[in-house]
Design a protein around this ligand. Structure first.
Ligand SMILES: Cc1ncc(COP(=O)(O)O)c(C=O)c1O
Length: 1004
């Protein structure tokens, strides 16, 4: 194992000027971002009757704990960490760039930076509690409406991971919805990276593909051949996928393709770039052919953020939802926001259609996606509103003009020419060159230009040497002048000028989008009001069990925004992106150390995708040993919905076997052994969350792992709860073969109102050769380079995953260092155990017979039978009691705990290490007050919450009368907080109780 960063640690002098004063943010400067003081820790230890932090883990099998320090660097002080981050970012060489290709680059409006700093929007949880999440919900509503406006599609979900994932989900949705047999027809002119992603996902499932060929002379699809293919095979084609702008930058005949699919009743999926649909741009997919396509998928990262070395991306997905076409909606993946009313008839918004999702339908869900790219959707909406009709139109016109100009220069030179002069293109240009593209690109680089991308391999014939240039509003006069100079210096003038094809009018938008326009001030003021409707873990305990809502350092966000990270394009030459590669390398190596495992991939973009990576690795491993028949996945009943949904996505839908828990909430060994006896020969693997979702460590984990290994299976650990054991438990000693680490939980990246998440997957030695994506290594000269593992299962992202989030985790780990990681977990466990100790005398706890078992980072409270009866008497049925009691937490200034999972009648509380003892004590007083209210004044539960901007939302009506988008002519009007969240947090809990009772005329 290398000794990370030591060679690059900075000297004493500090170079960074931060745009904020860290001293003004008390949590920001605390050591390891732990707010509790030494005294706090000592006092909490005393309450739980322990002397030292390590004793918190004395009930764990001691041979499974790390001995000694992790192989991480020493922690850095705040200032030194900031300097270090800046220096690493400065290793990136940013050039004038015409690389766009897989990831277009457009200017983002300054409002994006401002909205990103609104912490109640950027750090809050998924808006499951609409009364406290109207801020997030409205931003997503705006996103849905604006994207609907651009695309003509009524139902736009609030995001999937990226374009590749959106295509995959659209395919699954089309097949589920129409129940047509057969393979999916993929246009060869889609990006190869998207096709690889699809192939990776298809392995081991019944999904297979037919490729619709390219015409190498036009650079577009071979329409005649595709027509014949569809005519011959239409009965065994289950969906058809084609791009509007293909991977050579050329415009496909979307009317023809859309109508061809319609003629044979094949569901059609168009891959689009929403930016190109602005006024003056390309035809919206709702108008393709005689009736539009059925689904759209695309990338929208560039509507929200700079390239950021490839991510977080923003996967756009849409389906129709109008009087002619409604049937697909309930088969679609992802989250939707709908219009709703609260109990006082106020207009508001709420998440709808969630009964399709994994947390409810498990393996029958429409997708395994849980965390999506929510915050990107938030800022994409703001960016589009800020640019408005004219801003977008001008940006697009500028790009098309630049392209036209460069095309003219090229057509006047010798030795370089348009590769497909007779095929129409809009903002991209593919050139045919006579010399080796690599040499030409290198020469341009020496002149400070990222001239374009070598796309020669995209023509299967391979006889042409092709370079692709992409244009947008980021290239102004200066950049174009530099490009012109390079072209004129390198290619002599030609005696004749070639003509180029015009864009046929049927491929263009005819009507303006009529997007509304707002002033910058008006918008920022509006988004500030939205933020005020949410709450952030900055301000106080955010007790969502399993979600680890901890403090998200400002330093991390600042680091991710550094130019050398945020402006790096993932297709830039490796020599020029040494900064980003260094971050990825260090993170890769550090997570080997943190988990104790042999290999790491940093590619997965969410926990659920990490799970899929794990199961695909298992699949490949078994296949490599000639054991394809292994199709059983064991999963404890209490597992997170993604585990089941992931197993189904990986192709194990009919092989999922549920494991039972024993009375103490751990895996029941007797039941497990029976299942092993029954299924051992066909066992692919097991998925176990550890510590489990009840906050209890699975002390039999290694025994279970041994049995699974003995039966020939493999062990997946869902690492969502690593906050309890990171730096403490050596996963190799547990027998783990693959584990994901949710970066948006333990590793402090913000939840963003539902995403982007991120996951780093670590694996045992036998799985290393199969890892997806690229591995990074440091060569003998200290350069960071990449390679693809020999038997790689393929790819889960077009590039490097959610790179911006890797920077955040890197920044966090720099501040934690080798001592901080176990200290962080220890204090998180201490905080939970302390609260459990205080609260267990007031509430019954779950699992019912686990009272004496030491809890890890979270615990579950419930109500007594008498409480349920009391509530039933005032009209709250038992099935609603826990969620409704959860609403009382909102009245005390907190978010509600996790309810209904993993225990139907549980309130799952996870305090994390971020808060002082005084803050935890106030939280405990609030929770005790809530119990007092339930016992003595149960009627107040019927009206809770009382101080949020809206009352309880009528979710049933919102789901019945779905309204998923509308023409945005004005900004939605906003409710107001009845008491500001920060005031609620400051009020004494007795005072809040008094005010609630007063509302019911019950106050003394
Ligand atoms: C236990 C557990 N597993 C898996 C996941 C899925 O992770 P993600 O939302 O990043 O896909 C979660 C998310 O909350 C979780 O709590």
């Amino acid at each position: 194992m290398s000794s990370p960063t030591s060679s690059t640690l900075p000297k004493d002098e500090h170079i960074v000027q931060l745009p904020y004063d860290p001293e003004e943010h008390p949590r920001e400067k605390s050591r390891h971002y732990i707010s509790a003081t030494g005294e706090d820790i000592a006092s909490m230890l005393e309450t739980v009757k322990l002397n030292h932090l390590p004793e918190l883990f004395s009930h764990l099998p001691q041979e499974q704990l790390f001995k000694g320090n992790l192989d991480l660097p020493e922690e850095l002080s705040y200032e030194v960490a900031a300097d270090h981050l800046l220096r690493v970012s400065q290793k990136t060489k940013l050039h004038t760039s015409f690389i766009g290709d897989l990831l277009p680059v457009w200017k983002v409006h300054p409002i994006v930076g401002q909205v990103s700093q609104l912490r109640p929007l950027s750090t809050s949880y998924t808006p499951y509690q609409p009364e406290r999440s109207q801020g997030t919900l409205v931003t997503h509503w705006i996103y849905q409406c604006v994207l609907s406006n651009l695309t003509g599609f009524e139902a736009i979900n609030t995001s999937l991971y990226d374009r590749s994932a959106a295509i995959f989900e659209a395919i699954c949705c089309a097949r589920r919805s129409r129940k047509r047999p057969g393979s999916v027809l993929l246009a060869q002119s889609l990006f190869e990276e998207d096709i690889s992603f699809l192939r990776t996902h298809a392995r081991g499932t019944d999904l297979n593909f037919e490729i619709g060929p390219l015409d190498t002379t036009t650079g577009k699809l071979d329409y005649d051949k595709i027509k014949i293919l569809v005519e011959e095979k239409h009965s065994v084609i289950s969906a058809m996928v084609f791009p509007q702008v293909n991977s050579l930058g050329l415009l496909e005949e979307v009317d023809f393709l859309s109508d061809l699919a319609r003629q044979w009743d094949i569901p059609s999926i168009a891959v689009i770039d929403p930016m190109l649909l602005a006024t003056g741009g390309l035809k919206p997919p709702s108008n393709f052919g005689s009736g539009g396509v059925d689904f759209i998928a695309g990338e929208a990262q560039h509507l929200a953020i700079p390239p950021s070395f490839g991510g977080p991306g923003l996967g756009l997905f849409g389906s129709r939802y109008n009087e002619h076409s409604k049937k697909d909606l309930r088969n679609t993946p992802g989250r939707y926001i709908g219009k709703a009313k609260d109990s006082q008839n106020r207009d508001c918004f709420v998440m709808v259609l969630s009964t399709r999702e994994q947390h409810i339908r498990k393996e029958k869900a429409t997708s395994n996606v849980c965390s999506n790219q929510a915050f990107l959707a938030t800022i994409a909406g703001a960016n589009l509103l800020a640019k408005g009709e004219n801003g977008l139109k001008h940006a697009l016109a500028h790009a098309a003009d630049s392209r036209r100009q460069v095309s003219e220069w090229i057509r006047q030179r010798d030795g370089i020419e348009l590769a497909f002069p007779h095929s129409a293109a809009f903002t991209e240009l593919v050139l045919s060159v006579s010399e080796d593209p690599e040499i030409l690109l290198r020469r341009a680089r020496e002149d400070g230009l990222h001239f374009g991308v070598d796309v020669s391999s995209r023509l299967s014939s391979g006889e042409k040497k092709l370079i692709k240039l992409s244009f947008s509003d980021v290239q102004g006069e200066e950049e174009l002048a530099a490009l012109k100079k390079f072209i004129f210096d390198n290619f002599p003038a030609s005696s004749q000028t070639e003509n180029e094809a015009m864009i046929p009018s049927n491929l263009l938008r005819t009507e303006p989008t009529n997007l509304p326009s707002f002033s910058h001030d008006e918008l920022i003021n509006y988004y500030e009001q939205l933020a005020n409707l949410n709450i952030s873990p900055d301000d106080g305990c955010y007790p969502l069990g399993s979600c680890t809502m901890k403090y998200n350092p400002l330093l991390n966000d600042w680091a991710a925004g550094l130019e050398g990270f945020s402006q790096a394009h993932p297709q830039a030459p490796e020599e020029d992106v040494q900064g980003p590669l260094e971050v990825l390398y260090e993170i890769q190596e550090w997570f080997k150390s943190i988990t104790g495992l042999a290999g790491v991939t940093t590619q997965p973009v969410a926990g659920a995708q990490g799970e899929l990576v794990g199961l695909k690795l298992f699949q490949a491993y078994h296949q490599s040993r000639g054991e394809d028949h292994r199709n059983i996945i064991l999963i404890p009943k209490s597992a997170h919905g993604t585990n089941f949904a992931t197993a189904a996505t990986a192709g194990y839908g009919s092989g999922i076997v549920y494991l039972q828990a024993n009375e103490e909430g751990r895996i029941d060994l007797t039941d497990f052994r029976q299942k092993i006896d029954e299924h051992g020969k066909n066992l692919c693997g097991i998925m176990i969350t550890n510590p489990n979702t009840s906050g209890i460590f699975e002390t039999d984990f290694s025994t279970i792992a041994q049995d699974v290994h003995q039966a020939g299976g493999l062990v997946y650990m869902d690492g969502a709860n690593m906050n309890a054991i990171a730096g403490i438990v050596d996963l190799s000693k547990l027998g783990v073969d693959a584990v994901h680490n949710n970066l948006h939980k333990t590793w402090t990246i913000p939840h963003g109102g539902g995403g982007p998440g991120d996951a780093i997957v670590a694996v045992s030695e036998p799985l290393v050769p199969f890892l997806p994506g690229k591995q990074i290594y440091k060569d003998k000269d200290g350069y960071f380079r990449s390679y693809t593992p020999e038997s790689s299962i393929g790819t889960f992202h077009r590039n490097w995953g959610n790179f911006g989030h890797k920077v955040r985790a890197y920044s966090y780990l720099l501040r934690l260092g080798k001592e901080g990681v176990p200290r962080m977990s220890s204090v998180a466990v201490l905080a939970a155990r302390y609260l459990f100790e205080v609260l267990r005398f007031h509430y019954p706890t779950l699992p019912a017979h686990a009272g004496q078992i030491s809890r890890m980072h979270e615990f579950i409270l419930t109500l007594s039978d008498q409480d349920f009866e009391r509530l039933e008497k005032v009209g709250v049925p038992k099935s609603q009691a826990i969620p409704q009691v959860g609403k009382l937490f909102l009245d005390f200034g907190f978010h509600a705990p996790t309810v209904a999972f993993p225990e139907v009648f549980g309130l799952m509380i996870e305090p994390t290490e971020s808060y002082t003892k005084a803050e935890l004590d106030r939280f405990a007083r609030a929770v005790i007050s809530i119990k007092d209210l339930v016992e003595n004044y149960p009627q107040v539960v019927t009206t809770a919450p009382h101080f949020t901007p809206i009352d309880r939302v009528d979710e049933v009506a919102a789901n019945r009368n779905l309204c998923l988008s509308e023409k945005l002519s004005h900004l939605p009007s906003l409710p107001v907080n009845r008491i500001q969240p920060h005031v609620l947090l400051e009020l004494d809990t007795d005072e809040i109780k008094r005010r609630i009772l007063q509302l019911h005329d019950l106050a003394e």
